[in-house]
Design a protein around this ligand. Structure first.
Ligand code: PTJ
Length: 247
């Protein structure tokens, strides 16, 4: 039991969700390492959503609303940390959820699908009948009606080479990654440097705000978004946070 008045209560509870995910066969044991890495980067950001993250989250919402065929990729960490939030976003932007795992086992794919369904997810891509070209990894197995043919893919907590392979297929890739220097962050079309626990609700908030906007207004948001500049702003926000820190 973690007492509510513990100064690190929220962070520790988030960690518990990942541990629980591992115990339930949803999250990979490697997910614990990914979470630790994410926590370290979140400290550097001040554990808050920065201006650059908000910019990216708004552009992401616009890109998802504009998409002809958006898909949201779900892995073991996403399913443990933000299952309800990701289901809500899926409904708001009409994007199916597709389980795509780095450490893939059929058992874990099915556990995650069952977990998502038990929380009300209905729009799911469940086949693995297509292969992402030039990705000779289990992660290359995708649904021909899902990630394979999507025009916009949201890939939270990614490991790099799939992001590049999806961009090479001509897709708009939205990544959520607390590490602005990761290969995923560097190669995505829109990179959100924020904790997934804050980023997904924020994208949903923007999707609700923008859903009645004219197509031109959404296009302008996406066209004016400059990922390289935004990544550089994210790094500068980390530096500013460190410089303002009271040692
Ligand atoms: O469930 P699977 O088999 O698909 O495996 C998922 C993980 C995440 C274990 C796998 O993709 C992996 O090993 O990823 P990496 O290479 O550790 O990369 C994860 C990235 O996500 C790192 O750059 C972390 O900084 C970042 N990250 C970790 N936790 C969070 C995060 N970004 C946003 N929010 C987080 N909570």
């Amino acid at each position: 039991m973690i007492p509510k008045n513990h100064p690190r209560y929220e962070s520790l509870m988030t960690r518990e969700l990942i541990v629980d995910g591992v115990e339930k066969g949803i999250t990979s044991i490697h997910g614990l390492i990914a979470q630790g890495r994410g926590e370290a980067f979140d400290y550097l950001l001040g554990e808050k959503t920065t201006e650059s993250a908000l910019n990216a989250e708004k552009a992401a919402a616009a890109a998802l609303l504009l998409a002809k065929k958006p898909v949201i990729s779900v892995n073991g960490n996403v399913a443990a940390l933000v299952p309800e939030d990701i289901i809500k976003l899926s409904g708001l932007v009409d994007a199916p959820l597709e389980v795509n795992l780095f450490h893939r086992t059929e058992e874990r794919v099915n556990n995650i699908l069952r977990h998502l369904r038990s929380l009300g997810a209905k729009n799911l891509c469940t086949k693995s009948d297509a292969q992402i070209p030039a990705l000779s990894h289990e992660r290359g197995k995708v649904d021909s009606d899902g990630i394979f043919s999507a025009d916009v893919v949201l890939v939270p907590l990614e490991d790099g080479d799939r992001c590049k392979a999806l961009v090479d297929m001509g897709k708009t890739v939205i990544a959520i990654d607390l590490n602005p220097l990761s290969r995923t962050a560097q190669c995505a079309s829109i990179t959100i440097v924020d904790n997934i626990t804050r980023a997904v609700p924020n994208i949903s908030g923007f999707a609700e705000e923008l859903k009645n906007s004219k197509k031109n207004a959404l296009l302008k948001l996406v066209d004016e978004f400059d990922n390289r500049k935004n990544l550089s702003d994210a790094v500068n926000e980390v530096l500013a946070h460190l410089a303002s820190y009271k040692y």
